[in-house]
Design a protein around this ligand. Structure first.
Ligand SMILES: NC(=O)c1ccc[n+]([C@@H]2O[C@H](COP(=O)([O-])OP(=O)(O)OC[C@H]3O[C@@H](n4cnc5c(N)ncnc54)[C@H](OP(=O)(O)O)[C@@H]3O)[C@@H](O)[C@H]2O)c1
Length: 355
């Protein structure tokens, strides 16, 4: 897979800081993840002076993630929304420009939870220094960042392995899903991967080696699903919810373990169209098949980061885990990149590169 070098060394500091703030709450459209051009505003601000213990860094890689649309508000479920006027948060990779913190010197690459702006002043304690001579620094946002941690937690920490058992993964060609399918394979499962479109299912089969890849947009999806799940589902990692999760309920096996990590199929009105009530069927399965269902938010499990990096970094280094990164160039392209994510146009981890 193509790897693009993102190392940036230019330390010329601008006096103006561009940032994207939330200007208004999106009107909830029919397309999942809809928002309007005017909902995000590109504004300028001045860069303040550094205080003791702080560093100034320039964001050079900014992560684009589905939750950023949720934070804008007007989503059809409970989600804490960002106050109007606030900058959109994001994990980023930055280059230290100035430092009054003894742990960092100008030229260091760092990663941390930052936001959609070019320059940040921050205390050093929440930043992690990156080794620019090791794996590419962009991996700190994907395979070795929150995305990878989410996949690792969902396939290795919150479910016990059932070698030979069927592990179904939805959103399987996405940045979390494409890592999850590989981790599930490494632990000996038969992996059934579900994604949108023939290109993605071919990639899952040919590049990532899943056992079965199904296109949920194909006309014969239901028949294909029935064939692929002839032995039922033992493990499920689901980040779509809605109609797709409902399709899977009848296949849950005795003692199946279900992990819920997202609901991208529900974002927007389209996901909430009136449907049959599947709750009784689900509760019945949970009760009579001893099924366990667990959800999680990766931010609540950051204490596992060190263990995650210790296991994943060598695997990434040795090429045992494949990953894709989808770079979009230009700070002003951040909203477009978020739209691309919701329209399935990303190939792997969506990252906006500011060079
Ligand atoms: N719980 C946590 O802490 C946590 C952390 C990270 C991510 N997540 C969740 O994990 C999911 C994937 O996130 P990601 O960052 O890896 O993004 P991603 O999968 O790289 O990109 C989003 C993908 O979602 C799919 N999608 C969009 N609308 C859809 C719909 N209506 N129905 C089905 N699929 C749809 C598209 O793929 P197709 O072309 O295949 O449809 C698109 O490429 C999201 O639900 C996100 O909220 C949760």
């Amino acid at each position: 897979m193509e790897k693009i070098s993102c190392n940036v060394t230019d330390r010329t500091k601008s006096t103006i800081n561009r940032r994207f703030i939330l200007a208004s709450r999106p009107i909830n459209g029919d397309t999942p993840g809809d928002f309007g051009e005017d909902d995000l505003l590109l504004t300028d601000s001045k860069i303040p002076e550094l205080k003791d213990g702080e560093v100034l860094f320039r964001n050079i890689l900014i992560s684009v993630d589905p939750y950023q649309r949720n934070l804008m508000g007007n989503v059809p479920f409970d989600y804490p929304s960002l106050p109007i006027g606030e900058v959109i948060p994001a994990p980023t990779v930055g280059l230290i420009m100035e430092s009054r913190n003894k742990e960092f010197v100008p030229g260091d690459y760092i990663t941390g939870l930052s936001s959609w702006q070019e320059y940040i002043i921050a205390p050093g304690h929440n930043l992690r220094k990156l080794n620019a001579r090791g794996v590419p620094i962009s991996t700190a946002l994907g395979v070795l960042g929150h995305t990878g941690l989410t996949a690792w937690l969902g396939t290795t920490q919150f479910v016990d392995p059932k070698p030979g058992g069927t592990f179904v993964i939805t959103n399987a060609a996405g940045s979390v899903g494409s890592l999850a399918v590989q981790l599930a394979k490494i632990r000996g499962h038969r992996v059934v991967a579900i994604a949108g479109g023939a290109e993605k299912t071919t990639f899952l089969r040919q590049e990532l080696g899943v056992d079965v890849a199904l296109d949920y947009k194909a006309a014969n999806f239901h028949q294909q699903l029935r064939k692929a799940l002839h032995n039922g589902i033992d493990r499920l990692l689901d980040s779509v919810g809605a109609y797709l999760f409902e399709e899977l309920i009848p296949y849950f096996n005795q003692n199946a373990k279900i992990i819920i990590l997202g609901q991208i199929g529900m974002y927007g009105k389209a996901g909430l169209k009136p449907r049959q009530d599947h709750l009784p069927k689900l509760l019945n399965s949970i009760l009579y098949k001893d099924i366990s269902i667990k959800g999680f938010q990766v931010d609540h499990h950051l204490d596992t980061y060190a263990a995650f990096l210790a296991e994943m970094t060598p695997m990434v280094h040795e090429g045992k885990i494949k990953y894709q990164e989808n770079f979009v160039d230009g700070f002003e392209q951040l909203p477009k990149a978020l739209h691309m994510l919701y329209n399935g146009l990303n190939k792997g981890k969506m990252i906006v590169r500011i060079v």
